[in-house]
Structures are given as structure tokens and as C-alpha cells.
Design a protein around this ligand. Structure first.
Ligand SMILES: NC(=O)c1ccc[n+]([C@@H]2O[C@H](COP(=O)([O-])OP(=O)(O)OC[C@H]3O[C@@H](n4cnc5c(N)ncnc54)[C@H](OP(=O)(O)O)[C@@H]3O)[C@@H](O)[C@H]2O)c1
Length: 256
């Protein structure tokens, strides 16, 4: 039986990149998936590409009325089993010249958007459900001009740990996912705002662009992380602070 049979999942930022790959994989594993994004055309294309058992809800996760609208739509389908708060953006800006606009953009989306995406989902989440946040090794690594982004992901890292403890009575697991590669495709259909500048490289001899490789990889890992028998279940070992290996935040080799 497919791992996510009859489960309902929400993946924010599900039109491109990691979110799209995750949504596609979840559907392949039997879930009904809601994806979000701000651009209707990309949303329609993603829904079409995934094929079935998927619905697109347009909205900006940093705007609370849009989140309310998202969950009103989800409610019609039922409860949420898996929530992937994936929508996020990276942007380089040196400390000496970065602007308030840059700061607000990154914190509004990566921190405020992530927090309220989860808060507003809670009434709809099944006990024993799973929350997956997309973190980054930038949360612990110092990279020139990447401080604001790193700080947003450090905040996400703490939210994962905090919610693991806070939601354990409902057996809702909270896990953070750090991607395994920092290669970014220049294809505008893969990346929003042109913020990821580097070209994906092929792994030697494989013929598979690295971007595709990690997208598939992320989808697989997100599915694995959902499994109820997972050792990542919060409070499984009765620990407080959390026992989850991922709540402690594994650092994988990645650029950001
Ligand atoms: N790519 C990497 O190597 C990498 C590494 C570490 C961590 N991450 C994290 O992984 C997550 C996904 O990254 P990605 O590279 O896959 O991103 P991406 O390809 O640029 O896709 C971003 C997705 O989020 C949506 N989005 C952007 N702003 C939004 C908003 N305000 N409200 C709702 N949806 C919004 C986009 O659609 P619209 O533009 O239509 O809204 C799109 O669906 C992010 O949290 C990122 O920080 C990525």
C-alpha cells in the first residue's frame, strides 16, 4: 500500500522546486495534496503537471487572510495529515548595503509566513500528523552576504525544536529538512524572483542535473519523514527537550 494513502497534505510554495517535487511525490504515494503559490499561471501548470489528486490555492503565505482562505478550502476536503511549510526565498545582500525592504521580504516570508502557515493549520491537523519545515544549513553557517537569509532559517530551526515539544501531546511531529545541495538552476520556471543565481551541474556521468536530483531526493525524504513509525516522532523517547534527531537539526553538506 502506498505510504500516504487517504492522507491529506498541504505543501506551500508547491508550484516549483522542492515544493513541487514534494507534492508530486506525495500524490504518487497516494495523498491528496493542496499546493500554494502566488502566481496563478504557475499554479495551474503545476496542478496539470501533477495530474490528479491535487488542488491549487493561490495565495501569499505572508498574508494572513490568504492563509485563512487556504485553510477554508482545505477544510472542505477534511483534516490535514501532513503540512510542508516550504514557501521561502533566499537573497544575497551584504550587511553594509542591505535594505529594510530586503530584511522585511525575507523575514515576512521565511519566518512570519512559516509560523502562521503552521499556526492556522493546527485546528485542522489530525493528532499524530506531521509538520515539515524547510530549513537550511545557512541557519548555522556564516556565508558572506547571506546573513539575513541565514537568520531566517535559524529562526525556522528554533521553531521546529519548539513545536516538537509544544505539540507532543497531540503527537504532532515537527521536523526540519535541510537540503543536500546548493546548486541552483537558472531556469526561471524553477526559481522565483531570480534569486538563485547558479547553474545546476550534472553529477559526473549521471546525466541528471543536480537540481533534479535533489528535488527527487527531497520528495523521497519528506515522505519518509511522514511515516508514523519513524524514530523522529516527537516525544517518542519521552524526552523533553525533544529526542528527535531532526529536531536537533542535522547539518548536511549544502551551500545554503
Ligand atoms: N534551493 C535550494 O538549494 C535550497 C536550499 C536550502 C533551503 N531551501 C529552502 O527550500 C524552500 C524552497 O526553495 P526552492 O529553491 O525550491 O524555491 P523555488 O523553486 O523558488 O520555489 C518557491 C515556491 O514558493 C512559492 N512562493 C514564493 N513566495 C511565496 C509567498 N510569499 N507565498 C506563497 N508562496 C510563495 C513560489 O511560487 P510563487 O512565486 O508563485 O509564489 C514557489 O512555488 C525555501 O524555503 C528555501 O529557503 C532551498
Amino acid at each position: 500500500m502506498a505510504k500516504l494513502q487517504e492522507k491529506v497534505a498541504v505543501v506551500t510554495g508547491g508550484t516549483t522546486g522542492i515544493g513541487f517535487a514534494t507534492a508530486k511525490r506525495f500524490v504518487a504515494e497516494g495523498a491528496y495534496v493542496f499546493i500554494t503559490g502566488r502566481r496563478q499561471k504557475e499554479l495551474d501548470e503545476a496542478v496539470k503537471a501533477i495530474g490528479g489528486n491535487v488542488a491549487g490555492v493561490r495565495g501569499d503565505v505572508s498574508k494572513l487572510p490568504d492563509l485563512d482562505r487556504l485553510y477554508e478550502t482545505v477544510k472542505a476536503k477534511g483534516k490535514i495529515d501532513v503540512l510542508v511549510a516550504n514557501a521561502g526565498v533566499g537573497e544575497f545582500a551584504p550587511l553594509a548595503t542591505l535594505t529594510e525592504e530586503h530584511f522585511d521580504k525575507l523575514f515576512d516570508l521565511n519566518v512570519k509566513g512559516t509560523l502562521f502557515t503552521v499556526q492556522k493549520a493546527l485546528p485542522l491537523m489530525n493528532d499524530g500528523g506531521s509538520i515539515i519545515l524547510i530549513g537550511s544549513v545557512a541557519s548555522v553557517k556564516g556565508t558572506a552576504s547571506f546573513g539575513t537569509y541565514g537568520a531566517t532559517k535559524a529562526a525556522v530551526r528554533n521553531l521546529v525544536r519548539t513545536w516538537t515539544v509544544e505539540l507532543k501531546d497531540r503527537r504532532i511531529r515537527s521536523n526540519g529538512r535541510c537540503t543536500t545541495t546548493g546548486s541552483h538552476c537558472e531556469d526561471p520556471s524553477h526559481h522565483t524572483d531570480g534569486t538563485h543565481g547558479r547553474t545546476g551541474r550534472s553529477r559526473q556521468g549521471s546525466g541528471i542535473p543536480r537540481l533534479r536530483r535533489f528535488q527527487l531526493c527531497d520528495g523521497h525524504r519528506a515522505v519518509r519523514r511522514w511515516r508514523p513509525r519513524s524514530s523522529l516522532i516527537s516525544g517518542r523517547r519521552g524526552a523533553d527537550p525533544p529526542a528527535s534527531r531532526f529536531a536537533r537539526g542535522p547539518v548536511r553538506r549544502s551551500d545554503w
